[in-house]
Design a protein around this ligand. Structure first.
Ligand SMILES: CC(C)(COP(=O)(O)OP(=O)(O)OC[C@H]1O[C@@H](n2cnc3c(N)ncnc32)[C@H](O)[C@@H]1OP(=O)(O)O)[C@@H](O)C(=O)NCCC(=O)NCCS
Length: 164
């Protein structure tokens, strides 16, 4: 599979909106919320593209040396094939020299995501009770980038195109 990791463009918004809708229920972002990200100086936006089709995306806020993954998803048909891990490695590679830490909130029941984050070295920092609109708790997870400025990120430097 030939994937390209690149910055999101405004023309990607509809595809990103669609993946977001298909990936999150109560917490899906509106089109306006997605458009707003393009105006925020601290918002960094990325997609993975396969033959012209967007298959994954993420919005990351970088504020005062802390990167926060606001949302991250892989299109349902593309899950379980290593895209999420590959994408997360790219994010870590990009932010490892810009931030001391990269963190995110994840639903406590979201086992696939929690397993992925744990396997990449993320640790649970704390639980946030009733964080989501349906009352579910979030786990705040983080990866210290200042302590691991070598291994994971270096792999991401190999190429922009990845054949798997
Ligand atoms: C979480 C998500 C991004 C993972 O993407 P993916 O492309 O399916 O993940 P990968 O194929 O790269 O798998 C990476 C690891 O994730 C975990 N994982 C993925 N799917 C899993 C599943 N169905 N059950 C349990 N663990 C799973 C495993 O640890 C896996 O590693 P392994 O294959 O060595 O066991 C994807 O499931 C998704 O978009 N989910 C909906 C949106 C979401 O929850 N986003 C995160 C919000 S914080």
């Amino acid at each position: 599979m030939n994937l390209r990791f690149r910055r999101m463009r405004e023309e990607d918004i509809e595809a990103v909106y669609r993946i977001n809708r298909r990936s999150f229920t109560t917490d899906a972002w509106s089109m306006d919320a997605i458009r707003r990200e393009f105006k925020l100086p601290y918002s960094h936006r990325f997609v993975a593209e396969h033959e012209g089709r967007i298959v994954a995306y993420s919005f990351v806020w970088l504020i005062k040396g802390e990167a926060f993954i606001m949302t991250f998803a892989v299109e349902p048909e593309w899950r379980g094939r290593g895209v999420g891990r590959w994408f997360l490695k790219k994010l870590i590679d990009i932010f490892k020299d810009k931030a001391q830490v990269i963190s995110l909130d994840v639903r406590k029941s979201n086992i696939p995501a929690i397993r992925l984050y744990r396997s990449m070295g993320f640790k649970v920092v704390r639980e946030r009770p009733g964080f989501y609109s349906d009352g579910e708790n979030a786990l705040l997870m983080e990866l210290r980038l200042d302590k691991m400025r070598t291994d994971v990120g270096d792999k991401g430097k190999e190429t922009e195109h990845v054949d798997r």
